[in-house]
Write a protein that binds this ligand. Structure first.
Ligand SMILES: Cc1ncc(COP(=O)(O)O)c(C=O)c1O
Length: 425
């Protein structure tokens, strides 16, 4: 591929603001890309070239943290400089809420920006109008961020938290939730995609079940946005919390909460401050506070306009690629990874993530599972592959994730390293 064809092709990919061929060639990318005769490969290589994450590391832990493309970090620093140069610290939240709305297929009125997933979960768990003895159903595969806010409410107000075991069969999962529900069950709160075994839950059916029984459905959506296409209206959930710092590849410490108009009436803001209100008055009885009618009632006070500028840029960057294209690429890479790993299992490990629940996250459990931490260390120390261990609930498993900066060659190298490490377990 010559330089002109490369430039044409990479024009299809979202360009990093100041990345030019010469600036990336210093990192050894540009010549590689130009020499690629396969346009598809060159396209993804041009995407990869926009990430500063070092070439010496195979980063297979996007499930924990999504490294940002350079353009996003530049947008953040530019805004920091702008604020300090001008004193203009305001931010167009409506524009960002609209962008987040496009990610989730939601109205901007139903979006509140937060700082992480756990904050969105805490807004619901601490503010929901429930009483001592009322029940909330969680799964047995929660992240601490999914469980602790509800357990905190249980400690504070005596609500009852029950953990329901989920299953690769959607029917069984649904049956178990139905069985666990009582007259006191007020809400089902589940992850869309579990961080442990990588289960994709039947959230649409869970929403129907919850509503049929007069309860609500809340979703911990830490993972899908920026990886799989999400449609909260189609799911029919009452609220959905996510973040910018995983699969959307945005600044760390950015998040958002979707919450419907009806459900907002059931969730009182717990922490609050200026800008959450539509109206209050010194002279009126008890200050006559009225919250904003929109979900922005849960956001208040001075915010980091630079981080939210970065989130805005990250969403726009992904939109230029297209969410469907991102989803296809992630699934293609995961399929390659699973196809490479499965023949190696041979009594040495079990694939915990079912094939019909494929996403960017894949979890395995070594038969000799006590070695799971050593296994991750060996992958990192000998083969420069960063992964995540899964100690949650004594699972002792290993989790691998891929995203659009992962190449097919990276997956090959991962399988080679994995094969070597497997010899010592
Ligand atoms: C399923 C799930 N829920 C919640 C969280 C917590 O996310 P945050 O740190 O943004 O609150 C994570 C983080 O990995 C997660 O995987």
């Amino acid at each position: 591929m010559d330089r002109r064809s490369f430039l044409k092709l990479s024009a299809l990919a979202p360009a990093a603001a100041t990345i030019t061929l010469s600036s990336v060639s210093g990192k050894g990318y540009a010549d590689e890309i130009i020499n690629l005769s396969d346009p598809e490969k060159a396209y993804w290589a041009s995407i990869r070239s926009q990430f500063p994450i070092t070439k010496n590391l195979l980063f297979f832990n996007n499930g924990t943290m999504g490294p940002s493309p350079i353009a996003i970090t530049e947008a953040v620093t530019k805004q920091i400089e702008h604020v300090d140069a001008t004193g203009d610290y305001g931010f167009d939240h409506e524009k960002l809420n609209k962008s987040i709305g496009r990610v989730l297929n939601a109205s901007s009125d139903d979006i509140a920006t937060t700082h992480n997933v756990s904050e969105g979960i805490s807004i619901i768990a601490s503010g929901l109008r429930i009483q001592a003895g009322d029940e909330v159903l969680l799964t047995n595969q929660e992240h601490g961020g999914g469980a602790v806010p509800w357990l905190t409410r249980a400690k504070r107000d005596g609500i009852v938290v029950k953990f329901v075991e989920i299953d690769p069969s959607d029917d069984i999962t649904l049956e178990r939730f139905e069985k666990a529900m009582t007259k006191r069950t007020k809400i089902i709160a589940v992850p869309h995609l579990t961080c442990t075994m990588g289960y994709l839950l039947p959230v649409k059916r869970l929403a129907q079940l919850a509503h049929l029984k007069g309860a609500y459905l809340f979703i911990d959506g830490a993972h899908p946005p920026g990886m799989l296409q999400v449609d909260v209206k189609d799911i029919g959930c009452d609220a959905y919390a996510s973040c910018g710092h995983k699969w959307l590849l945005g600044p760390k410490g950015t998040g958002f909460l979707y919450i419907t108009k009806e459900f907002r009436e059931q969730v009182m803001p717990t922490w609050s401050g200026a800008e959450a209100d539509k109206h209050w008055d010194y002279n009126a009885s008890n200050g006559n506070l009225e919250f904003l009618p929109t979900a922005s009632r849960y956001r208040f006070a001075t915010q980091s306009s630079s981080l939210y500028t970065g989130l805005q840029a990250a969403i726009e960057w992904q939109e230029k690629i297209g969410f469907a294209k991102i989803e296809n690429r992630v699934l293609e890479l995961t399929k390659q990874l699973r196809t490479g790993l499965l023949p190696l299992a041979d009594g040495k490990f079990e694939m915990l993530t079912p094939s019909h629940m494929m996403s960017g996250v894949t979890t395995i459990k070594l038969n000799n599972s006590k070695r799971y931490i050593d296994f991750a260390h060996e992958l990192e120390n000998k083969y420069k592959i960063r992964t995540r261990i899964v100690p949650e609930n004594g699972l002792e498993a290993n989790r691998f994730s891929v995203h659009i900066y992962t190449s097919k060659d990276d997956v090959e190298k991962f399988i080679e390293g994995f094969t070597q490490c497997l010899k010592s377990v």
